[in-house]
Ligand binder design. Structure first.
Ligand code: URA
Length: 429
């Protein structure tokens, strides 16, 4: 086979066979196919798309580029959740220990911040000592001992995606549904899952800006995952305002601890409980939703979920007791009265990155303690002089940051209903 011919075939809108896709993925992973050819191939896919068969084949070949965890027949169901990423989305942190308390095994493979959205690994690394680089044996050991682990994709998990993602990131080829699908599922399915729930975000703080694109990504993820033998379900959820109040690594860990302690914002709690219940029902369809929701509530209120989280942190060398105090904060006040019409969510994510809470280029270090607390939600009534947000920064009060946050929160006169948090559920067969 010849890479040039395959690139041209996709460029001209033809479909590729599984052997042709294998040739490209194996060649790229081993270094035989250079970055410039793979970039051209990704751009061809970006414009021409891939049909269902090709997307399944691409996902399978990327998955097979590395190792897969094996759990044996008689073990508890192995499950995970993936979010396509949003501002303030810290759900994985309380969700993993709750699922473990429900008796599920949760080898959660997570990522770092991408664009304006934060990453679970960066958040957890604000806990002193917390390791996110576990190898496959360590993932298996901690999952078996504790019930849950949250770590990065090790070198042996889907190496094709590691290489391809880095290339897509710098060639404008990230927002392609077949490429995103293969990227997400190849990493997740390598953990040997029985069931996976996807939280596909839509809105101005998400990669998918329209509900139609989010729905289409959700449908593709569900059908490809199902075709590859895993139970997959997706929720399409709102990202037109931050999830919860806190945006920033350590602040989001603190808000997650609030949820685990039975406090915290309603939206974070409600989405965490819904994802936990839906995922549990995927592997125990004989149970009733109300029963599971109540069990999740008990797991939190009895302190079991918090204890489980501590066990996971200890097993990953973290020292929760050494989590520093949050930085000093200053308040941003509202300059007029009215109703919150909308929030430029992505801009708030960029503000946190500019405060030092995310990377602008590969290898940048992160200041874990910086961030924002957003004190208003869409539809809230506000008055001149009322606090809109707090900025956590250890340097100084920065007027340009305050102006950007104020401009990101749009205030008008019209009554405005808050957006629905869960818009749609898409089930596999
Ligand atoms: N997250 C991933 O893991 N891959 C993508 O392509 C996009 C988001």
């Amino acid at each position: 086979m010849n890479a040039v011919k395959l690139i041209a075939k996709k460029r001209d809108g033809e479909n590729l066979s599984e052997d042709e896709i294998r040739f490209l993925i194996d060649g790229f992973t081993s270094g035989d196919i250079p970055d410039y050819q793979m970039s051209a191939f990704c751009m061809a896919v970006y414009f021409q798309g891939m049909n269902a068969f090709e997307t399944v084949a691409l996902t399978r070949q990327m998955l097979e580029s590395g190792l897969r965890l094996q759990w044996g027949e008689t073990e508890a169901p192995v499950v995970d959740k993936h979010s396509t990423g949003g501002v303030g989305d810290k759900i994985s942190i309380p969700l993993a220990p709750i699922l473990a308390c429900l008796g599920l095994k949760v080898p959660m493979i997570s990522g770092r911040g991408l664009g304006a959205t934060g990453g679970t690994l960066d958040k957890l690394e604000s806990i002193p000592g917390f390791r996110t680089d576990l190898d496959l044996d360590e993932i298996r050991r901690v999952t078996n001992q504790v019930g849950c682990v949250i770590t990065g994709a090790s070198q042996s998990i889907a190496p094709a995606d590691r290489k391809l993602y880095a290339l897509r990131d710098v060639t404008g080829t990230v927002p392609s549904i077949p490429l995103i699908t293969a990227s997400i599922l190849s990493k997740k399915l390598a953990a040997g899952l029985d069931a996976l729930i996807l939280d596909v975000k839509w809105g101005n703080g998400a990669f998918m800006k329209t509900i139609e694109r989010a729905r289409s990504l959700a449908q593709t993820l569900v059908s490809v995952g199902t075709e590859l033998g895993v139970k997959v379900c997706a929720l399409v959820t709102d990202m037109n305002q931050p999830l919860g109040r806190m945006v920033g690594n350590q602040l989001e860990v603190m808000e997650s601890l609030d949820i685990l302690n039975g406090r915290g914002p309603d939206d974070v709690r409600s989405l965490t409980f819904d994802l936990a219940s839906d995922l549990y029902l995927m592997v125990h369809p004989e149970k009733q939703r109300d029963e599971i929701r109540a069990a999740v509530g008990d797991i939190v209120s009895s302190g079991q979920a918090m204890t489980k989280f501590r066990q996971m942190v200890n097993a990953q060398n973290g020292r929760l007791e050494d989590l520093p105090e949050s930085y000093e904060s200053y308040q941003i006040e509202c300059e007029c009265s009215g109703i919150v019409q909308g929030i430029h969510t992505e801009e708030l994510g960029w503000v946190v990155i500019d405060l030092g809470g995310g990377r602008k280029k590969v290898g940048d270090s992160i200041e874990p303690g910086v961030g924002l607390e957003i004190l208003v939600r869409i539809g809230d009534q506000v008055k001149k002089g009322m606090p809109l947000a707090r900025v956590f920064d250890n340097k100084h009060v920065d007027k340009s940051i305050a102006d950007r946050v104020r401009q990101a929160i749009c205030i008008g006169k019209e009554a405005n209903d808050p957006p629905a948090l869960i818009v749609e559920r898409i089930q596999g067969n």
